[in-house]
Design a protein around this ligand. Structure first.
Ligand code: GLY
Ligand code: MN
Ligand code: MN
Length: 367
């Protein structure tokens, strides 16, 4: 969908949603990127029934002109938020709508301090309404162009796993492995990593978010490798767990349990299924294998302009999967002081089922 189509849908939603709003002030960067294409760090967008206006400061004059589509551009020597407040004051003056204009703000993202500043700048005459995640809800369903970008990011992520495999060896530090991966990612065109790379070896593999540290990889044990790249503003996210030296029968059996759980989660994905049902599918396998209590996080999450976005694949979640959603399936088991295992793919919900976007194989790799 062209950017203008996204703003149009939002305008429609503003008039039909209850309570309705005369204008919606958006400041959350991924939402700005989604609605008008701006990828900088400081901007504000007002969407009203009459159209959209984007505000930024002098640092982004050229970039805004290059990127922003479907909105008028206003560059000011002050914060985008106060420029947006000025615009609202002027809008109210010329508008014959009614005495108090109702302005939506992003409840999930506007800080208490920013809201106070806004109230002071608007000096009455406005009603600020805390709106739910309207843009985030739209972002859950990716259009074909977004799917293509995510597909490319996922493929690049997978291709980089080779670099990880070459770098993982006993004695190498986790940071050194992450450095090789991140250097190769940049060389291959990644704009950034989508989150702080996780290379967690030995006992540290039991930390689900064990960021690469200066610890040396021990002579034997698991190494959880969880990483992603940002390409054309879209994130990838994948995890593979490698075993250094010959695994014990117990370690191999736990790995196969996680692999089966992950496969069950992937196979559960199709339109009409709830995100809670996908979580139940992975969890059931690990419970059957006696590992349920070691699966301490949710099954997955949506991925797109942000590494973590809707829908959440967690116990009891009722969000219904729809074609165009891209989610991760990433069950894991973590035994504190011993080891951890996680396997993660990105999966697209299609009209008829699903498509796995992460091509890297999942059989146990022993090095
Ligand atoms: N490392 C973040 C995630 O996989 O969700
Ligand atoms: Mn991950
Ligand atoms: Mn993930």
């Amino acid at each position: 969908m062209a950017l203008q189509g996204r703003i149009k849908s939002l305008q429609q939603e503003l008039t039909t949603s209850r309570p309705s709003c005369d204008a919606f002030l958006i400041t959350h960067s991924p939402n700005l990127c989604y609605l008008c294409g701006f990828t900088g760090s400081a901007g504000a967008l007002i969407v009203s029934k009459n159209g959209a206006t984007f505000f930024s400061d002098g640092r982004y004059r050229t970039q805004a002109r290059e990127e922003v589509r479907g909105a008028r551009i206003v560059i000011v020597p002050k914060s985008p938020l106060s420029a947006a407040a000025d615009w609202l004051l002027a809008f109210k003056k010329t508008s014959k709508l009614r005495s108090r204009l109702s302005v939506g703000i992003e409840a999930e993202h506007v800080t208490v301090a920013a809201r106070s500043r806004l109230i002071r700048a608007l000096a009455g005459g406005f009603r600020l309404r805390a709106l739910g995640p309207l843009v985030e809800q739209a972002r859950m369903i990716k259009d074909p162009e977004e799917v293509q970008k995510i597909r490319r990011a996922a493929l690049l992520g997978s291709a980089l796993f080779d670099k990880v495999l070459k770098a993982v060896r006993p004695g190498a530090t986790e940071s050194a492995v992450a450095a090789e991966l991140e250097y190769a990612a940049r060389r291959a065109g990644a704009e950034a990593m989508s989150f702080s790379t996780i290379i967690a070896s030995g006992k540290r593999s039991a930390l689900p978010h064990g960021h690469a540290s200066n610890s040396a990889i021990p002579p034997r044990g698991f190494v959880v490798c969880d990483f992603g790249v940002i390409l054309a503003s879209y994130c990838s996210d994948m995890t593979r767990t490698i075993h250094v030296c010959r695994p014990t029968a117990e370690a191999r059996s736990a790995y196969e349990a996680v692999r089966s759980a992950q496969q069950a989660g992937v196979e559960a994905i199709k339109p009409g299924v709830t995100s809670g049902e996908v979580d139940a599918a992975t969890r059931k396998v690990l419970v059957q294998r006696g590992l349920g209590k070691y699966f301490t996080h949710s099954t997955g999450h949506g991925v797109g302009l942000e590494i973590h976005e809707g829908p959440r694949l967690a116990a009891g979640q009722t969000e219904v999967l729809r074609p165009g959603m891209v989610v991760t399936v990433e069950p894991g088991v973590y035994i504190a002081g011993k080891w951890g295992i996680r396997i993660e793919d990105m999966v697209l919900v299609t009209e008829t089922g699903h498509e796995v976007l992460t091509p890297t194989k999942k059989e146990m790799i022993v090095i």
